[in-house]
Design a protein around this ligand. Sequence first.
Ligand code: COI
Length: 365
Amino acid sequence: MTLSFPVTPAANPRSSQERDEILANPGFGTNFTDHMVVATWSADEGWHDGKVVEYGPITLMPSAAVLHYAQEIFEGLKAYRHEDGSVWSFRPEANAQRLNRSASRLALPQMDEEDFVGSLRALVEVDKDWVPSASGGGEKSLYLRPFMYASEAFLGVRPAREVTYSVIASPAGAYFAGGLKPVTLWLSTQYARAGRGGTGAAKCGGNYASSLAPQLEGIEQGCDQVVFLDASTQTYIEELGGMNLFFVMKDGRIITPQLTGSILEGVTRASILELSKELGLDPREEQIEIEQWKDGVRSGEIQEIFACGTAAVVTPVGELKWDGGSAPSTAGEGGGEVTKSIRERLLDIQYGRAEDIHGWMTRLV
Ligand code: COI
């Protein structure tokens, strides 16, 4: 571990009453805790000056490279409070490894796994009262958002020689306000999310920015999210932009699109591939044609479809719409049985209600 994170306590923390009001109904991504982590990297000194400071505005020169060339990456993971009051995160080392893969693709510096986990621990330690209580059910947690960006003030196009890393934390309830209500998807045929050799496998802001125009198109069509196909042939299903997809087949196979370099390697996706074996299913990573979706839901070959990610956990997928047609939902009111059991299994591990036989949980506080 090369970084330490000394704490300067916030001068104006929220009162416990304000905090309790937020935690009673946290929503997603709108409220933030009292502190944040900051660390700096320079080409000369490497990582240094780690600290925990009051959550607040950051100062950047208008010429900071990130504002012009989007040299930026991020992660998303959650801190869960267990029944005994302790606070845990789910596979943070997998997020650290993905951060470093994203960093390689965006020409940003590597960060030691220990420093990454240390930064989460430092923030959750000081803001532990912001981790919602496990009681009362639901899926409340503290969403952690580590991110790294080119803070050097320089307009030449080259990798920045000064980079900032930060972690902020946001109390979170369900990502979709409708809870387990199936999401309706719009099939984007005009836009692609990522192409061969591009940044699709990296968790970088640019991928999410490019998903917004298709997202608007989907919303205009009455849909919640967008399905992206491979950019070269517009044949194979890739992902939703913020979530991976799974198809539960009649014969017990559970298939997710295989990683091609343009799909984000979700930690939830990888965990479901493991968990589904324990549920007696036959997990596969394969190319799936969009025509298989359209035909499969009609013939009964595809029994359930769900989306997954850290923020939304496991969410049933309903109807698919495209310009000129639609394929019916297989999800019923609140998703199929397999979708529900995978979701429960995952949440039980994350909230400490089931034995962590995989060693996936790391105690933060
Ligand atoms: C996540 O599931 O953590 C994501 O990154 C999706 C979205 C909130 C960006």
